[in-house]
Design a protein. Structure first.
Ligand SMILES: [Zn+2]
Length: 399
């Protein structure tokens, strides 16, 4: 059996994933624009140039996922999936660097999507090339699934899952390349939101004591909700994090001279196994009732769920791929495996729902995602390329 790490070291060209990432940043691929297809075409061409089988999987007219497969030459074996998204959020304002320039300055690649997640896509593309060089040494299959619409409604990953379920084949381990700073995330919290409407009684502001000011009531409720966070310490763990509430939107009133009879606010909730969405809803409900009781007012409010619940994801540490992933990270100079929760949510949740064991690991930090002057460390792009490549070679090489 050849030493797979030596094989990789002999072939590895650290400039190629960096150049790939620069080129990906130069192709605008804002969600739901034709740029998604432009990027898909660039990636497909690169893979085809390296004799890799590529499928153009139409999601909607003019929007397609890119699926690529490389079979090991030694026959049946495990299947490893690498997943990323093609789309980015819009460029937005406040940039001092060219958002589509693909410039590297002081070890960082700047541009929209550099961190979320073209650095990772480049590392995965390069991994596919590396794996394609060593197929005679490998069993099973490497699969790349690059999807559209992640920044919107996840239509791309949903379409891929729908088709995969029809022609089912086992997938033993999956990596989602969202930016974790190369930490291994075994999952993330679920996410949902509730819209709370507080009803008061309007009147002229000159006789405000005759009315019930819905904005005042809401502001007191917000303080109670803020304090509820302390009750969450007993839930969650180091792999997934703690549940959380955050009020992100409030609206009420019509004019300064009118006591407002309506105020609504929206609460973002992050869920963990062991604390259900219903329990969180009743906690918010209790907070609202408490304030109405303090003022001895009839409870006039509504709570409705305003976005569907994306459930929490958490895979156990003893899934076989995790050991290989940890070893592969340890083999990169300057890196060591660190487990940390992914603070946002991502498409790992969809893969988890269909029982594909999935971890999240990618170059760049979530703090830089979606910002002006978004950037990613090119050292991390290179490290990610090595980590993904070693993982794939070992996972499919039986090492
Ligand atoms: Zn992302």
């Amino acid at each position: 059996m050849p030493d797979l790490k030596s094989l990789l070291d002999n072939e590895f060209d650290l400039f190629e994933p960096i150049h790939l990432a620069q080129n990906l940043v130069r192709i605008s691929s804002v969600s739901r624009t034709r740029g998604e297809s432009d990027l898909a075409r660039y990636i497909a061409n690169y893979l085809i140039d390296h004799q890799i089988r590529v499928e153009w999987q139409e999601v909607e007219e003019g929007r397609a996922n890119i699926i690529a497969e490389i079979d090991g030459g030694r026959g049946e074996g495990p299947c490893l999936l690498l997943n990323g998204h093609l789309d980015t959020v819009p460029v937005g304002t406040g940039w001092t660097m060219p958002p589509l320039g693909g410039q590297v300055v002081d070890n960082y690649l700047y541009g929209r999507g550099s961190c979320d997640m073209k650095g990772s896509l480049a590392a995965m593309m390069y991994t596919a090339k590396i794996v394609s060089l060593f197929t005679p040494n490998l069993f099973g299959k490497l699969k790349l699934v690059f999807v559209v619409d992640e920044e919107q409604d996840n239509l791309g990953i949903k379409k891929w899952i729908e088709i995969w379920q029809k022609n089912w084949e086992p997938i033993d381990f999956a990596v989602v390349g969202e930016p974790t700073g190369l930490n291994i995330s075994l999952g993330h919290r679920g996410v949902a939101a509730f819209r709370v409407t507080i009803k008061g009684k309007s009147c002229h502001a000159g006789i405000a004591h005759r009315g019930i000011n819905a904005i005042y009531i809401a502001s007191e409720i917000l303080q109670v909700i803020k304090e509820k966070q302390n009750e969450f310490d007993q839930y969650g763990d180091d792999d997934i994090g703690k549940p959380a509430l955050s009020v992100g939107k409030i609206q009420g009133g019509t004019s300064p001279n009118v006591v407002p009879d309506l105020c609504f606010f929206e609460v973002d909730v992050r869920t963990v196994p062991g604390l259900s969405l219903d329990e969180i809803k009743s906690l918010i409900c209790d907070s609202v009732k408490k304030v109405f009781e303090i003022h001895n007012l009839p409870s006039t409010f509504e709570i409705e769920q305003s976005i569907p619940h994306l459930p929490p994801v958490k895979i156990p540490r003893d899934v076989p791929g995790i050991d290989i992933l940890s070893r592969s990270i340890s083999d990169i100079p300057g890196e060591m495996p660190i487990f940390a929760p992914f603070p946002a949510s991502c498409e790992a949740a969809f893969l988890d729902q269909v029982d594909i064991p999935t971890v999240i690991i990618g170059p760049g930090r979530i703090e830089e995602a979606h910002t002006a002057n978004e950037f990613v460390s090119i050292t991390q792009i290179v490290a990610a390329s090595r980590i993904y490549s070693l993982l794939a070679l070992r996972f499919l090489g039986g090492e």
